[in-house]
Design a protein around this ligand. Structure first.
Ligand code: NAD
Ligand code: ISE
Length: 337
């Protein structure tokens, strides 16, 4: 039984606590903490966990074998570094940290530790549709992959959402996914700015991100974060001699009143419900008994941050911005699942 401590009991923290207490096997939520102590106390009481005053106290708790970080992005670095210092596995929700320098500090701390402890919450790698798409790409059936067309549409975003977050908070999922899908790094980013949607208020919404892969393949990502009609994630790979796309989103379709309709998910919790379950079950299986995580690594978190920075610079300047990564440490030479 892996005893987990959760830092940050907001929206996704509570959702992960629900899956670890009600859905998954081999895991127990032993401790929680949040800067809002009343929320942490209420969650702790509900699941029979200890509420700690700080994340550092939670990491030091001998009853906690592994840590899940679900607090706000700018706080991730301190908790991931504390977990590495304690030698405990840590699952950190995306982004790994909000600057590439902070991500590199985490990479360096893990390399100094000597084995993997960190996994980053890029759950698309666990989604059945994305996994099936990657299987087709890897089989060679399409020939070499030349392009990928993606759309990342949110019905709405919270008031604190800023211009850069369309890249750093939203498209960062495609940035990670496409590195994994194509098995190569991203070489450069460009951002085109279409006519502004009135639904986005002051926000520049939508955006059109273009990523150049190291092989020369191109990826386009439409990022619309106030599209009202629902949460819609699309992806199609174009190969030399065929294409493959994520299927429609709902297991059912309705024929009524002269229309054929399939429901659209409301948000990421609904669309990726099963992917988060698989992500956590595989993470727990990998670390049970003292093993190392095999999912998205600190290097993957670092690479996503560098590409995000390049894309934000491209958005600000209108230019093509090259991606420059540090040398990849040996610890990360094996592909992550
Ligand atoms: P949220 O605001 O609902 O919850 C965050 C919680 O963290 C809040 O309760 C807040 O009080 C707490 N917190 C903030 N600073 C803290 C600190 N220093 N120590 C302890 N607790 C602290 O936000 P959310 O939507 O749950 O997002 C949390 C993280 O999860 C973000 O990094 C976000 O990018 C990520 N996220 C990932 C996905 C995904 O699809 N993988 C989806 C949503 C959010
Ligand atoms: C949110 O933080 C997520 O990670 C969701 O998966 C993404 O779709 C959304 O745009 C982000 O704000």
């Amino acid at each position: 039984m892996v005893r987990v401590g959760v830092i940050g009991t907001g929206m996704i923290g509570q959702d992960h606590i629900r899956r670890m207490t009600q859905v998954l096997a081999g895991v127990r939520v032993a401790a929680v903490t949040d800067v809002d102590a009343s929320v942490a106390a209420a969650v702790a009481e509900k699941v029979g966990a200890t509420a700690h005053a700080t994340g550092e106290d939670l990491v030091a708790d001998p009853e906690v074998d592994a840590i899940v970080v679900c607090s706000w992005g700018p706080t991730h670095e301190q908790y991931v570094l504390a977990s590495i210092a304690a030698g405990k596995p840590v699952f950190c929700e995306k982004p790994l940290a909000t600057t590439q320098e902070a991500c590199l500090r985490i990479v360096e701390a893990e390399v100094a530790h000597g084995s993997r402890l960190v996994q980053v919450g890029y759950m698309r790698r666990y989604d059945a549709a994305y996994r099936a798409l990657k299987k087709v790409v890897d089989s060679g059936e399409l020939g070499a992959p030349l392009m990928m067309h993606c759309a990342h549409r949110n019905a709405s975003v919270p008031p604190h959402y800023t211009k850069d977050m369309a890249i750093t908070d939203t498209a960062v999922h495609e940035i990670d996914m496409v590195r994994w899908m194509f098995g190569e790094e991203i070489a450069a980013a460009r951002v085109l700015v279409p006519r502004r949607s009135a639904n986005g208020g002051e926000l520049q919404d939508p955006l059109f991100l273009v990523l150049e892969m190291a092989s020369g393949a191109l990826v386009d990502v439409e990022i619309s974060v106030n599209i009202r009609y629902g949460y819609d994630i699309r992806g199609e790979v174009v190969g030399e001699s065929g294409t493959a796309a994520l299927g429609e989103l709902s297991p059912i379709s309705v024929r009524a009143a002269g229309r054929f309709a399939t429901p659209v998910p409301l948000d990421w919790r609904e669309r990726f419900l099963a992917a988060y379950d698989v992500e956590f079950q595989e993470w727990i299986a990998s670390i049970a008994g003292g093993g190392a995580p095999v999912g998205p690594s600190a290097w993957d978190g670092y690479a996503a941050a560098v590409v995000s920075d390049a894309a934000v610079a491209a958005l600000d300047s209108g230019d093509r911005v090259a991606v420059v990564l540090a040398e990849k440490p040996k610890l990360y030479l094996e592909a992550t699942s």
